[in-house]
Design a binder for this molecule. Structure first.
Ligand code: TYD
Ligand code: MG
Length: 412
């Protein structure tokens, strides 16, 4: 029989005030240090909380080291900081700094991959950058740098040491293919904030997205583009994403997406091409390919349009990844426009979700999307009938659609 321990008033911990009443705690607003890079502050929820640990993940070569250096320089001299490079020599860091025009700022640098050394000098600073976690090595662990046990051990030590000393740490982690080398995923639960660098190698845009933030909201995005002299912020990303659009081309549709708590205008492109393949190709870039296949089935069943003899390619221009279902109307419009070879009206934007019965469903933030479109001079919007709009931007014509047939009717 299991014996249940009786609660006793002599409980060792109860009298030590480790338990507090929720309503008796006074809230100390977390002070934040601004990075002075507005897009970065936005993603962080207002700046760096002192003593917090931030993980910055991304593919090799995407720009993590560049951003980290720019970050420290932007905070100088308000924040005393150290850049620890386990991968590059001091000379290499200097070369990068020269290229970025940042070599006149007295930031402390060290090229070091022994964790013990880093831990010893860490308390002298307010913020340190670890570039990268995979290059650091803890003495007590026999496995090679970058292995799961090393990465965990190093991150755990750093995190505890940082918290104890109130030092903020920016940990850089390479996203790696699954294998013996551990990527940032194994660290996500240990740190306060997780940021990921996104972007196509071929595109100049870079996105920083927050996946986890104990001190702010998640899914915020910051938009940058790369230049010879480092990352530059984009204050109006919609203008950039639409630059280079051929307004008269069939298959080009402007979507007002809602990504990262902000409305963004992006170009969705569709291209259909007759094929003899028994399994026609369906290729998507920047969109969920399963979603596009679903939409093709809806288009066939409820729109009466057969695409079974067509290769279908759908792309979001500029390298942005759109994950929301609010892109459905734009995807279907791009497909119809390419199939019929009729351009989608150049002054029109669209958004909306499409259900399996062919119905157009409302999406969040309809009004905000319309205002973003109006700011960029668009005159008309195609949107779900169910989206309430109490304050329409002046001079914006609204076309409401209830089901997929109405989109086809309007377009053709
Ligand atoms: P780097 O910061 O070294 O990438 P990571 O640390 O993620 O591996 O940048 C990769 C290369 O891209 C490097 O040669 C510098 C170049 N680069 C620019 O020229 N401009 C930029 O704005 C950025 C971000 C990178
Ligand atoms: Mg690097």
């Amino acid at each position: 029989m299991v014996e249940i321990e009786k609660p006793s008033s002599q409980n060792r911990y109860l009298n030590k005030n480790i338990v507090q009443k929720l309503n008796s705690i006074t809230s100390g607003q977390q002070a934040r240090t601004r990075t002075n890079i507005a897009e970065l502050d936005r993603v962080l929820g207002g700046g760096v909380v002192p003593g917090s640990v931030i993980l910055l993940g991304g593919d090799p070569g995407i720009g993590k080291s560049t951003l980290a250096l720019q970050w420290l320089v932007a905070q100088h001299p308000a924040v005393k900081s150290l850049y620890v490079s386990g991968e590059e020599s001091i000379q290499q860091i200097l070369l990068r700094a020269k290229r970025l025009g940042l070599d006149n700022t007295p930031i402390d640098l060290v090229s070091e991959n022994r964790l013990e050394v880093v831990i010893e000098i860490l308390p002298n600073y307010e913020m340190i950058v670890i570039d990268s976690i995979q290059a650091l090595h803890a003495e007590g662990i026999s496995s090679v740098s970058g292995s799961i046990s090393q990465v965990r051990e190093v991150a755990d030590h750093l995190t505890r040491c940082a918290k104890a000393n109130g030092v903020s740490v920016l940990i850089i982690g390479h996203v790696t293919k699954e294998g013996s080398i551990a990527g940032p995923k194994v660290l996500e639960h240990m740190v306060d904030t997780v940021l990921y660098f996104e972007g196509d190698a071929s595109s100049r845009f870079r996105l920083i997205r927050s996946f986890k933030n104990r001190f702010g909201s998640i899914n915020e995005i910051g938009v940058f583009f790369i230049t010879e002299t480092g990352l530059k912020e984009i204050s109006s990303p919609s203008v950039m994403f639409l630059s280079g659009r051929n307004r008269e081309a069939p298959g080009s549709v402007v979507l007002v997406a809602y990504e990262g708590n902000r409305s963004l205008l992006v170009e969705v492109q569709g291209l259909l091409d007759k094929t003899n393949l028994s399994n026609p190709r369906r290729l998507c870039v920047g969109l969920d390919s399963q979603r596009v296949i679903l939409l093709l089935a809806i288009l066939q069943r409820h729109g009466g349009i057969s695409i079974s003899d067509q290769d279908v390619f759908v792309n979001v221009a500029g390298g942005l990844k759109v994950s929301e279902s609010g892109a459905d109307v734009a995807i279907v419009s791009a497909i119809i426009s390419s199939l019929t070879n009729k351009p989608f009206p150049a002054d029109t934007v669209c958004f909306g979700e499409i259900g399996l019965a062919g119905e157009i469903r409302p999406v969040q933030r309809g009004e905000e999307r319309l205002h973003e479109a109006a700011k960029l001079g668009f005159k008309r919007a195609l949107l779900p009938d169910g989206n309430k709009v109490s304050e329409r931007p002046p001079k914006m014509e609204i076309v409401r659609v209830k089901e997929i047939g109405e989109i086809i009717e309007w377009l053709v």
